[in-house]
Design a protein around this ligand. Structure first.
Ligand SMILES: Cc1ncc(C[n+]2csc(CCOP(=O)(O)OP(=O)(O)O)c2C)c(N)n1
Length: 317
């Protein structure tokens, strides 16, 4: 008989996914005001991947993310007011208002950085894992990547080095089936991306990316392996983004019926069903707390100044 999931895990995953979902819904609602002068790639629909993986990590572990970064940043514990301020280009932003949505960072929380270069974060995570191994620190690095990034040569080079040196790194492929408007079936004969790990001698696992508990379970096993010095793992979480590739409008690249079927499998609604009966009040309280946190984050961001033009070249490398 399989063990029942811990109620504490369910609560933490739910809270994490709600923070991501409601934060991004607020971004989508306010984006047309044209005060956020940054492209936004929203991860609504994909929250279970960030929540499940990051709950398996400790504060000391690090994540590298992509252009679709908000979920990973918030799930790893990045500051919400600093994220909101970054989207508004304010000096209190997590990248001092210079990076925008695709370049967020919170070193104290273990958000090592995000990159707009598709695949750009993968070798950075491997490099950090190499540093952890050389220093004999029991820390783990995670590279979040999309299915499009798994088409890049740097992915295979990174798998090769991580395997050879048995590095403590997780490659988490968020397979939402599209790279911009290009479906996976037009790009690859074999759609099972976790099998790309096989030739490198790396374990690969395919997952329902809308099942936060399944993601958490697989991530915990992979993190344990990494900490034991047994090397990298590839996790492929199959999921769906509900919004377009970029911007707040609904996705139009995917056939409408397919999108509707995915939305009926909402990761948050599915996990709510795992709460014991009689906990609807708890959920309402969680929603209320999250709404207040987002109100505060946006208020702080909007009250913050823009960077002083005299500092334009500060922090630029
Ligand atoms: C090296 C590089 N090539 C192309 C682009 C343009 N581009 C931006 S996002 C994107 C699609 C990425 O798809 P995927 O990795 O699946 O991530 P998703 O957007 O689905 O989260 C592309 C091709 C880029 N930013 N960098």
């Amino acid at each position: 008989m399989t063990e029942a999931p811990a109620l504490d895990d369910i609560r933490r995953l739910l809270r994490c996914m709600l923070r991501i979902r409601r934060f991004e819904e607020r971004v989508a609602a306010r984006y047309p005001e044209q005060q956020m002068r940054t492209p936004v790639h929203l991860c609504i629909g994909q929250e279970a991947v960030a929540a499940g993986v990051c709950l398996a990590l400790g504060q000391e572990d690090v994540v590298c993310s992509t252009h679709r970064s908000h979920g990973h940043y918030l799930a790893k514990g990045g500051s919400m007011p600093a994220l909101a301020a970054e989207l508004y280009g304010r000096s209190t932003g997590c990248a001092s208002g210079r990076g925008g949505s695709m370049h967020v960072i919170d070193v104290a929380a273990g958000v090592a950085g995000t990159s707009a270069i598709v695949g750009g974060g993968i070798p950075l995570a491997v490099g950090m894992a190499l540093a952890f191994a050389l220093r004999r620190e029991p820390r783990v690095a995670v590279a979040f990547l999309g299915d499009g990034a798994a088409d890049e040569g740097v992915f295979f080079e990174s798998l090769g080095l991580a395997s050879l040196r048995r590095l403590p790194v997780l490659f988490v492929i968020e397979n939402n089936g599209f790279a911009t408007a290009s479906p996976l079936a037009n790009r690859r004969r074999c759609p099972e991306l976790h099998r790309l790990a096989e030739p490198h001698g790396i374990p690969g696992e395919g997952l329902d990316g809308n099942d936060a508990l399944a993601v958490l379970d697989a991530a915990r096993r992979a993190v344990d392996r990494a900490r034991r010095g047994e090397g990298p793992t590839v996790l492929e979480a199959v999921t769906c983004r509900w919004k377009g590739h970029v911007g707040p409008q609904p996705d139009t690249a995917r056939p409408a019926a397919e999108l509707a079927a995915w939305m009926a499998r909402c990761p948050i609604a599915q996990l709510c069903q795992r709460l014991p009966e009689g906990t609807s009040g708890e959920l309402a309280a969680m929603e209320q707390a999250v709404a207040e946190e987002i109100d505060d984050a946006f208020a702080v961001a909007l009250a913050s100044p823009y960077p002083d033009p005299a500092t334009l070249l500060d922090e630029v490398w």
